[in-house]
Design a protein around this ligand. Structure first.
Ligand code: HEC
Ligand code: HEC
Length: 275
């Protein structure tokens, strides 16, 4: 092990020192080289919900207590609001979201032939605004875009994620997968090393889950707000002392596609509640 690698290793042990006591923590991280194999485990995916402590679960279980529902309601209002020079609303073309948007979110991210790339739900909504409503695209992570995305995804709550990674979407999927497994940043750690290998263990005060995206946009108690999966990716990049990518960047959309596939079959929980 080179000096620099050893330093990174020690940093990571330091970062995760409260995961387990003494020798266990060391053992957990001494085998990281073996774990870097690019295999996606075939075991049944588990939602972040399964890793929640009881009080947080209770908030998610109760739609009236779940603060994410403020965004669902705001989204339902925006759905009916006319915008742009065309003075059309989403409802003008799509009618009742409960019918027309049922299951739509289970397929995203997806290849879009007009744009010639894989796009996520936020980008699909903005595509409608620009192309069909002649309105400006909403800023990524703005309250408006978060609300509309939450509203649309909520119409698929309880339905299994089933993205298409074949054909033209295949290269984006491969890039997302490579991103997940590649160690990066000061700690030289990959997404997989935390979320495939350490799921169920504690990192400081948090229980590490599998890093699934079925609950997003999710209400994070820490943020006191609903946030997109890209906000979570940015936070995780920062946690591992690596540079975060921009909201809506193709790198994160590719990653989102890979993660949706990795968590295929998991039921959409939007808006989930997370610590
Ligand atoms: C140092 C460990 C660590 C690394 C590396 C890491 N994460 Fe996380 N991640 C966490 C912790 C801690 C949480 C919050 C608790 C939880 O849900 O796992 C989290 C949460 C998440 C969640 C939310 C899960 C849910 O159900 O709410 C996603 C998605 C996620 N991470 C994706 C990623 C991605 C993508 C990467 C790589 C860019 C990554 N993580 C790298 C520790 C890590
Ligand atoms: C002028 C009509 C029109 C308006 C207004 C409009 N859309 Fe669309 N939307 C479309 C068309 C056309 C499609 C493409 C349908 C297809 O691909 O089969 C579409 C597709 C979508 C999809 C993808 C559905 C799927 O099953 O893949 C979503 C999500 C969506 N729109 C959301 C919205 C939202 C949110 C708004 C309001 C901000 C909106 N749309 C406004 C015409 C419109």
């Amino acid at each position: 092990m080179t000096g620099l690698r050893r330093l990174k290793h020690l940093c990571l042990i330091g970062l995760l020192s409260k995961v387990a006591v003494g020798i266990t923590a060391t053992v957990i991280f001494m085998d990281t080289k073996v774990q870097a194999q690019e295999t996606v485990k075939k075991k049944q995916a588990k939602s972040g919900y399964d890793y929640l402590e009881k009080p947080t679960r209770r908030i998610q279980d109760d739609d009236f207590a779940n603060p994410g529902f403020f965004f669902v309601e705001a989204g339902s209002e925006l759905w009916r609001k006319t915008v742009g020079v065309t003075e059309k609303s989403c409802a003008y073309c799509h009618g009742e979201a409960a019918k027309t948007m049922r299951e739509a979110a289970t397929r995203y991210p997806a290849w879009n032939s007009v744009l010639g790339r894989v796009i996520n739900l936020e980008q699909r909504i903005n595509h409608c605004r620009v192309r069909h409503m002649k309105a400006r695209p909403l800023t990524y992570e703005s309250d408006e875009l978060l609300s509309l995305t939450t509203w649309v995804r909520h119409q698929s709550r309880g339905m299994p994620v089933k993205v298409d990674i074949s054909g033209l979407a295949a290269p984006a999927f491969s890039r997302g997968k490579a991103f997940w497994f590649r160690p990066r940043g000061l700690f030289d750690v990959s997404c997989s090393q935390c979320h495939d290998d350490k799921a169920g263990l504690r990192l400081r005060a948090e229980i590490v889950s599998e890093g699934q995206t079925n609950g997003f946009p999710a209400y994070k108690l820490k943020w006191q707000k609903i946030g997109s999966s890209h906000r979570q990716f940015r936070r995780c990049n920062q946690l591992a002392r690596s540079i975060p990518y921009a909201f809506g960047s193709q790198t994160y959309v590719d990653l989102e596609l890979f993660l949706a596939w990795r968590g295929r079959g998991l039921k959409i929980e939007t808006p989930a509640v997370r610590p």
